[in-house]
Ligand binder design. Structure first.
Ligand SMILES: *Cc1c(COP(=O)(O)O)cnc(C)c1O
Length: 564
């Protein structure tokens, strides 16, 4: 196989519980995994010497069906990892409850724009040598109880370091822990450093480990951080020794975020505001921020790819050039969008009998259905919404999103939305598309006129789907949280809901503000001033896509972390 780099040349290793590579490979759940995929796509394009490690997720993430009431029916996603990857020869093992659990790795090669290849390894315990329950450790994404989760994190962190060694990646300079799930990398590195440097004191060992680790935190709420009882960790990881485990615990707890923070020389949040929140949450730790970005070619729909190819020749290689979208004639932008919109409207009409129209203002909202994202905020005052439609201009709404199987509130929320849809059906066309995944994201996001985001502050660490919208000339209407605090120039790149001054969200004032913006600013412009509308689309591309892309993000990782 042609390889532009050898194992020894690879200097960076990215560890992530999920990686979104291809919609046919259901090894991701949402934003976190897709971000990891975009990081790697950019690294491949820019020839960054990186290797990635994740879990096989043999049974695939959840496939969502919805019945007429909006009940989420959860089906396994049928897939075979060997359709996409190659099995590698080396095997390693990790000590779990006194057993040696064997791990194999599947290799996927991601190829960049210039042919540079980035290897991704999927760790897999589904081996005959393992007991039935150990074979299931890599089956499900975020499934099972605390013990199951810890076993997965042992395979990812400890197994990951061992597998890279076995595969010949002996020159890793930085281990990038994407979220706390992989923090046990540090435990294995401590062990290795001690063996390699028997003369060093523990403090020196820690310093050596810190030199080798980078940590990105993604969660602005305490409850979102993985924590395990120290007792559980000791009993499962007894192969490492009690004092070793005590050394990485805080009190009675193994806290994966603190573990990663303690052992990383560089830590970052995923947007400026999220960095600030993280510093407040973990006082004493120096936490920087690198704002997320999305891969520009991957997330741009065909009509816009053609347009950029024609007007901004170098954009595929260098997305900073998207700044020059300012020179694209607005009629061309309007017609590229019309084409992307037609594809989406045809899809919802054919598949959902939605009866939607090409010329009607279309609002889009799709992401994980988690309570803080408030997918139902737009329906909180149905009478007002209907009034706006009747008096200002028609609206049609396209929604999608899966709830986590264990998130009963999230599942209830989908049912609530279905009830809202039924109540409103004579006045507003609304459709909820099943099984939101990367492929649907590529159809829905470019095809709507405005991308809506209504998270409760301050829970949106960054958010990335609004960045995908920018690449397709779709402005956002969003709560000022996460990336939108940086990306929103009012009435230039989109519109804000609420003001920066408020630190907490209030459902009813947010909803009223959302309706006000639609009624007074957005709909009158959409239906009455096409030139002004086209300008906004163009500014959205020029100002935001030239910055909120993953090439810029990776360059910041290179500058501040990978080769700092
Ligand atoms: C981009 C994306 C997400 C993340 O969207 P956010 O706006 O960050 O919540 C989730 N799921 C899919 C399928 C996506 O493409």
């Amino acid at each position: 196989m042609l390889r532009s780099n050898t194992e020894e040349d690879i200097r960076i290793a990215l560890f992530s519980m999920e990686i979104g590579i291809d919609h046919k490979m259901p090894t991701y759940g949402g934003g976190l995994g897709i971000l990891a995929g975009d990081i790697l796509r950019s690294c491949a394009d820019m020839s960054v010497p990186i290797v990635a490690v994740t879990l096989a997720i043999n049974k695939g993430g959840l496939f969502q069906r919805l019945d007429d009431e909006g009940n989420q029916i959860e089906l396994p996603t049928d897939w075979r990892i060997d359709d996409f990857t190659t099995l590698m020869a080396p095997r390693v093992s990790v000590p779990i409850e006194g057993r040696e659990v064997k791990i194999q790795a599947w290799e996927y090669i991601m190829t960049g724009i210039g042919g540079y290849q980035v290897p991704v390894y999927f760790l897999d315990t589904n081996l005959f040598e393992n007991s039935t329950s150990d074979r299931e450790i890599t089956y499900y994404l975020y499934g099972g109880d605390a013990r199951y989760r810890l076993l997965q994190e042992i395979v990812l962190g400890i197994g990951g370091v061992r597998m890279l060694d076995a595969l010949g990646y002996t020159n890793i300079r930085k281990h990038h822990l994407n979220e706390g799930h992989s923090a046990l990398v540090t435990l294995e590195l401590i062990k290795k450093m001690k063996e390699d440097n028997p003369e060093c004191k523990y403090e020196q060992i820690l310093e050596l480990v810190r030199e080798k680790c980078i940590f990105t935190t993604h969660t602005p709420v305490q409850a979102g951080h993985d924590r395990f009882p120290a007792q559980l960790a000791k009993s499962i990881l007894r192969g490492f020794g009690n004092s070793e485990i005590d050394g990485i615990c805080h009190g009675n707890e193994l806290n994966m975020t603190l573990l990663a923070l303690d052992h990383s020389k560089y830590t970052n949040g995923v947007a400026k505001k999220h960095g600030e929140i993280s510093r407040n949450m973990f006082p004493g730790y120096p936490i920087d921020s690198i704002t997320n970005g999305v891969h520009h070619v991957f997330w741009t729909a065909e009509p816009f790819r053609k347009l950029y190819d024609e007007y901004i020749g170098g954009w595929r290689k260098d997305p900073f050039d998207l700044r020059y979208a300012l020179s694209i004639p607005t009629e061309e932008i309007i017609s590229a969008h019309a084409e992307a919109k037609r594809l989406l409207i045809d899809f919802v009409n054919a598949k959902h009998n939605a009866g939607m129209e090409y010329d009607t203002f279309t609002l889009g909202f799709a992401r994980r259905v988690a309570m803080y994202k408030r997918a139902d905020l737009i329906f909180s005052n149905p009478d007002r919404l209907v009034n706006i439609t009747k008096n200002t201009g028609p609206i049609q709404i396209i929604l999608a999103g899966k709830a986590h199987p264990k998130d009963t509130e999230g599942k209830e929320l989908i049912k609530t939305i279905f009830r809202d849809m039924k109540r409103l059906k004579y006045d507003i066309k609304i459709v909820f598309i099943e099984n939101y995944d990367m492929e649907l994201a590529k159809l829905i996001i470019p095809g709507v006129d405005v991308w809506l985001n209504t998270p409760k502050r301050p829970f949106e660490a960054s958010g990335t789907s609004g960045m995908k919208a920018c690449l397709n000339g779709v402005p956002s209407l969003s709560i000022l949280d996460g990336w939108w605090l940086e990306g929103c120039i009012e009435c230039v790149t989109g519109w804000a809901i609420g003001s920066v001054a408020e630190d907490q969200s209030n459902d009813s004032t947010d909803a009223e503000d959302l309706y006000d913006k639609l009624e007074r600013v957005i709909l009158p412009m959409f239906y009455g001033d096409r030139d002004a509308w086209a300008q906004i689309m163009r500014y959205t591309i020029a100002f935001n896509s030239s910055f909120f892309n993953s090439h810029r993000m990776v360059q910041q990782y290179l500058l501040n972390a990978y080769f700092a």
